[in-house]
Ligand binder design. Structure first.
Ligand code: NAD
Ligand code: DAU
Length: 361
């Protein structure tokens, strides 16, 4: 049975990936999820799978060499899928240091421990071992608002925020391991994700949550910045396909060909909420375009991101499947069905879950 070590599996994309993998492979694989449970890590995201025999949670920080080396020593890890990171641009502008620590040093620790566990005496690596580093399109910087330029795998790196600079540094480390040691790794650079379990500091869940409560909807700058949105299950599928079919040592861009301006996203969410809320639901009265509030722009705000997913389509056979109109309805429906999740996250109660569930571990 193949064993996966997933880092950051209690976060947004990591928890969706773990769900995806168990849906796809069921008992054919084993997953060890290592997560430090920062403010962004929420074990409630994994409640429905936590009792599986082929799933283990380990609370550890990826910058803790001993803890990570111990996981490799005690388990024959076949695949690493490395999500753990500080992920929010606004937080990186306020407090860059933790981004350098987790994203750069943490990735170095993961690479070093995997290399130590997988390397043979002659410097080659054990058969079948693979490391996938999950990264972002933000490493490429910002595109002109021309609707025709795209990020390719060959686009030079030009990160602007402390977040993207730290992710670019971590990508460079992975590339250095590939070039220096022929370390068996891939890098994926993905565009903006949305879907279930996303922390409401990010645009889409923040707008859904605020609109339902009649709170202001903050639009940075002129609201005309463009992001390329991808439903999170499509990202999970792409990661799995890259590990299965991608060429080792290669980088693959993942994106949805789904560019939208921030103000368009907000208007679509408001319209979809009104379409989906029952006539007698009291929250309907809260949902209004009057809530839209233009606020000070994000410092160094990148104007446009857009991925050309040509290489992953050609080499791996992956294409985005979920149209935005469908994905946003699924996301809103999920938030309707998981009001308690949102309440626990916004009240901070989710942080008690670990103490309650894992008292003796
Ligand atoms: P997230 O913030 O929701 O989750 C991050 C997870 O990592 C959390 O569970 C957190 O507890 C854990 N973590 C943080 N620091 C840690 C540490 N030092 N040790 C162990 N665990 C730690 O992030 P996300 O949005 O799910 O993003 C996951 C990955 O995907 C990140 O590497 C991010 O750069 C990348 N990415 C995100 C997007 C997006 O749109 N969200 C797009 C492309 C790439
Ligand atoms: O492109 C991939 C990246 O997408 C990931 O690497 C990051 O981890 C992820 O957080 C995301 O970064 P963004 O900065 O693009 O996402 P965010 O949801 O923070 O913002 C999306 C856009 O919306 C951006 O242009 C800023 C704007 N925004 C955001 C918030 C939270 C607003 O106008 N108002 C807001 O309140």
């Amino acid at each position: 049975m193949r064993t996966y070590l997933v880092t950051g599996g209690a976060g947004f994309i990591g928890s969706n990936y773990i769900h995806y993998m168990f849906r796809k492979y069921d008992n054919e694989i084993r997953i060890i999820n290592v997560d430090a449970l920062t403010y962004a890590g929420n074990l409630e995201n994994l409640k429905d799978i936590e009792n599986r025999d082929n799933y283990t949670f380990v609370k550890a920080d990826i910058t803790d060499k001993e803890a990570i080396a111990k996981i490799f020593a005690e388990n024959d890890i076949d695949r690493v899928v490395h999500f753990a990171a500080e992920s929010h641009v606004d937080r990186s502008i306020k407090n860059p240091e933790v981004f350098v620590k987790t994203n750069v040093l943490g990735t170095a620790v993961m690479l070093n421990c995997a290399k130590a566990a997988w390397e043979l005496e002659d410097g080659s690596f054990k058969e079948g071992k693979k490391f996938l580093h999950v990264s972002t399109d933000e490493v490429y910087g910002s595109l002109p608002d021309d609707g025709k330029s795209y990020f390719y795998e060959t686009t030079p790196y030009s990160p602007h925020s402390p977040y993207s600079a730290s992710k670019a540094s971590s990508d460079m480390l992975v590339k250095a391991y590939i070039d220096t040691y022929h370390f068996p790794a891939n890098i994926t650079n993905c565009s903006n994700n949305y879907g279930p379990y996303q922390f409401p500091e990010k645009l889409i869940p923040l707008i859904i949550n605020n609109a339902l409560q009649g709170k202001k909807l903050p639009v940075y700058g002129d609201g005309m910045n463009i992001r390329d949105w991808l439903y999170v299950d499509d990202h999970a599928k792409a990661i799995d396909m890259v590990q299965e079919k991608g060429r080792l040592g290669e980088t693959y861009n993942i994106g949805g060909h789904n560019e939208k301006r921030n103000i368009e996203i907000i208007n679509i969410i408001l319209d979809t909420l009104l379409e989906m809320l029952p006539e007698n639901d009291p929250r309907r009265a809260n949902v209004s375009k009057d809530l839209i509030t233009y606020v000070e722009d994000r410092k160094g705000h990148d104007r446009r991101y857009a991925i050309a997913p040509d290489k992953i389509k050609k080499e791996v056979g992956w294409e985005p499947e979920t149209m935005f109109a469908e994905g946003i309805k699924k996301t809103i429906a999920w938030f309707f069905e998981h009001e308690d999740w949102m309440k626990n996250v916004t009240s901070g109660d989710y942080q008690k879950y670990y103490a309650d569930m894992y008292q003796n571990k």
